[in-house]
Design a protein around this ligand. Structure first.
Ligand code: NAD
Length: 335
């Protein structure tokens, strides 16, 4: 078994065969998305050829999951044709390296998985969309809001699926937390994340940590940033971002991202509701289907035209809202 360094719960199943249970995230709707209508007639017959860009932790997992998709899921419609890396590498899990140029012109490559460090996402997403390929990009797709909007517009113009991975919404802990929060009236809350130092190229903390912001938006709806500060001790590689936000009901929410050498990867919550408080993320047993696999099923369901336009639109709005909030937080911290 192989455990990884970053997302603690994320890569829990690396190297472990997936159990054959059905996924709650494989959705089937009667209204196909407008974007994929032109493809839907052939989508049930043909496979979608994929290239994986960036062979770090996430890229490695993407290849693994495409090679061994969850049985009976839409992810079985993906087939990996190669990978791209800035390094010259031997074959990875039996898959060969391709040049960017070859991947862009090959007709049997329909989809790119962008798994590089965050600062290279924008260029890769743009390049593959311009070449007419669907794109699945690990979060965040861009390190500013304006670019995220441009990339969505480009995908729309081209009639392509642009999907931003959000595995943090698939963890059993999160699903349980969401159930606990549902129906409660928030008075105030804090989400405090700590973790080790990130490698260069992962961007400003509000973007590298957008998974935490996504939790808050998914739990409490649209937010507005009121203040943000950044404390840094460069000599110690330490940084702490504190963002103050308000819900639509004007209830205060604080989001803290703190990173430094030796800091454990932990999310602490303190949510005060009218009915009482919630100070621990409810621990839940791991799900049978890995988080990246759940995301792969969701993405391939979009390719197959099985996710409604309404759901695609809602997801896009949430992603752009989080990107806009992150941008605002960065601007306030930069002042
Ligand atoms: P990573 O550092 O493992 O890899 C990032 C990039 O660095 C890849 O392009 C890889 O090819 C390159 N790289 C890695 N080692 C290298 C080396 N020795 N020399 C040259 N290049 C090298 O990062 P990651 O965890 O795979 O993250 C990639 C993307 O996935 C990021 O956008 C991240 O936000 C996202 N993501 C990762 C996880 C996770 O659990 N790892 C979870 C969710 C999202």
């Amino acid at each position: 078994m192989y455990y990884t360094k970053e997302e603690d719960s994320t890569l829990q199943l690396v190297g472990v065969p997936f159990l054959k249970s059905s996924s709650s995230n494989s959705r089937c709707h009667t209204t196909p998305s407008r974007i994929t209508q032109r493809e839907i007639s052939s989508s049930n017959r043909r496979m979608f050829g994929a290239v994986v860009v960036g062979i770090g932790t996430a890229g490695w997992v993407r290849i693994r999951d495409i090679l061994a998709p969850h049985q009976g899921s839409s992810a079985e419609k993906l087939t990996v044709k190669g990978f791209i890396s800035r390094r010259s590498l031997d074959s990875q899990q039996g898959v060969s390296q391709l040049s960017v140029e070859e991947a862009l012109k090959r007709k049997d490559i329909d989809v790119a998985f962008v798994c590089t460090e965050n600062s290279a996402h924008e260029e890769n997403v743009r390049t593959f969309l311009q070449a007419g390929k669907h794109v699945c990009v690990e979060y965040p797709m861009a390190l500013n809001y304006k670019t995220a909007v441009e990339l969505w517009n480009l995908a729309q113009e081209k009639g392509l699926i642009l999907h931003e991975e959000h595995i943090e919404l698939y963890s059993e802990d999160y699903k349980q937390l969401k159930k606990e929060v549902k129906g409660k009236t928030l008075l105030e809350g804090t989400l405090h994340f700590t973790g080790g130092v990130l490698k260069p190229g992962f961007g400003f903390m509000a973007f590298s940590g957008i998974a935490r912001l996504t939790w808050l938006v998914d739990l409490f709806g649209q937010l507005a940033v009121t203040a943000a500060t950044l404390e840094e001790d460069i000599s110690k590689n330490y940084s702490k971002m504190t963002a103050k936000m308000l819900t639509a009901d004007q209830k205060p929410l604080t989001w803290i991202e703190e990173r430094g050498p030796g800091l454990q990867r932990v999310k602490n919550i303190n949510f005060q509701f009218e009915s009482g408080s919630l100070t621990e993320i409810p621990p839940s047993p791991r799900g049978a289907v890995g988080l990246f696999m759940q995301d792969l099923i969701h993405f391939s369901s979009k390719l197959m035209g099985q996710v409604s336009q309404e759901d695609i639109q809602k997801e896009k709005m949430r992603i752009l809202h989080c990107s806009e909030l992150a941008d605002k937080i960065q601007q306030l911290c930069d002042r």
